[in-house]
Design a protein around this ligand. Structure first.
Ligand SMILES: NC(=O)c1ccc[n+]([C@@H]2O[C@H](COP(=O)([O-])OP(=O)(O)OC[C@H]3O[C@@H](n4cnc5c(N)ncnc54)[C@H](OP(=O)(O)O)[C@@H]3O)[C@@H](O)[C@H]2O)c1
Length: 330
């Protein structure tokens, strides 16, 4: 039986994914997040309905200390036999922050910390725990691409410069709008997903042990993502007219159930085993491989971002995954 760890799997698209993993794929699930009561309730319900095992793991992905503690907890489950295998990691948790610029416990801009930095560290700490043939699914967003309506609607995207993004609004760095902070954090997710794929391939040219897949749910205004946004925006985006309008202007449309099911497939369906280094996006009700933004394929930017991020998360030598250290890795 496969076990899939998902962050933010107790709400929204993540919850639809969890239901699909349990009902269709009969996978055990680990719900990782910072809302223990909600997670426990979902864990009980999913276990009772589908009979699979559902564990909860305390994780605030915006706090590097919490990410390290969660990874330690998971490793202890592996050592004491509570967890037999870990087969996929879905980095789904994500957030937008409106109002004054918030900062993480480590002092980094919170959108960047939650959507990108925490995932970078979590993936590093769990990469060697994944079974051979395992997968990392990075939940991105069409807003990362300024040449599409998804990106234009949100006001474009900033430079994927980790030092600048971590310090937005302080230390002499300019303030950036909430939505632009969001789209730029998702561009970083895309650059990370592709760079991880390249590094895994270089480290194991013969057989790719882990797939790194970028996944876009599509625009779904019903979830909690816009909960902190202005009221008029929430009302408008969830209205029939609002939904019709975004579709007509060419925004990539998702659906909680369909996108959740596609997210589950990205993590577990043998049909997606060859999707490493690819971007899955909804098209006519199905998720298919698609081109992402021009910048997302920029290898020099991806490498610079990776190096900057290693410094920001203060990655220790023993935290570097063995899987990235094989022959040919840089
Ligand atoms: N909805 C869309 O239109 C859309 C489009 C493209 C991409 N996405 C992406 O899809 C993913 C899922 O979003 P959603 O739409 O399903 O929204 P959602 O219902 O708000 O789900 C977000 C999840 O992330 C969790 N989370 C937020 N901050 C966290 C933190 N610091 N630590 C741990 N967990 C945290 C939330 O947990 P709490 O309950 O504890 O807050 C929640 O479970 C996100 O990455 C989002 O960016 C969404």
């Amino acid at each position: 039986v496969s076990t899939v760890l998902i962050t933010g799997g107790h709400t929204g698209i993540g919850l639809a994914c969890v239901n699909e993993l349990a009902s269709v794929w009969r996978a055990n699930v680990i719900l990782a997040g910072r809302s223990p009561d909600k997670m426990e309730a979902v864990a009980r319900e999913v276990h009772e309905r589908f009979g699979v095992r559902v564990d909860t793991l305390s994780l605030d992905v915006g706090s590097l200390a919490s990410v390290r503690a969660a990874a330690k907890q998971l490793r202890s489950w592996r050592e004491n036999g509570k967890l037999e295998s870990l087969d996929a990691l879905i980095c789904n948790a994500g957030a937008q922050f409106h109002g004054p610029v918030p900062y993480s416990p480590e002092g980094y801009e919170q959108t960047f910390a939650v959507n990108y930095l925490g995932n970078f560290l979590l993936v590093h700490l769990l990469l060697d725990e994944l079974s051979d043939g395992g997968r990392v699914v990075h939940v991105a967003s069409g807003t990362h691409d300024p040449d599409t309506m998804d990106g234009k609607m949100i006001g474009g995207v900033g430079e994927p410069d980790a030092d600048m993004l971590a310090s937005v609004g302080k230390d002499g760095h300019k303030v950036m709008s909430p939505l632009r902070r969001y789209s730029t954090s998702k561009l970083c997710v895309m650059l990370f997903a592709y760079e991880l794929d390249r590094r895994l391939r270089r480290a194991s040219p013969q057989a790719m042990p882990i797939a790194s897949i970028a996944f876009e749910p599509g625009y779904i205004p019903e979830t909690g993502l816009v909960r902190e946004g202005p009221d008029f925006f929430k009302r408008f985006s969830r209205s029939a007219f609002g939904k019709w309008l975004v579709k007509v202007i060419g925004v990539t449309i998702g659906d909680v159930q369909l996108s959740g099911a596609a997210m589950a497939r990205a993590a577990i369906d043998p049909a997606c085993a060859q999707s490493s280094g690819k971007y899955l996006q909804p098209k006519d009700g199905r998720h298919v491989e698609a081109r992402s933004s021009k910048t997302s394929y920029d290898e020099a930017k991806a490498q610079k971002l990776w190096q900057q991020t290693e410094r920001l998360v203060a990655l220790r030598p023993e935290e570097r995954p063995t899987r990235l250290q094989g022959q040919g890795a840089s």
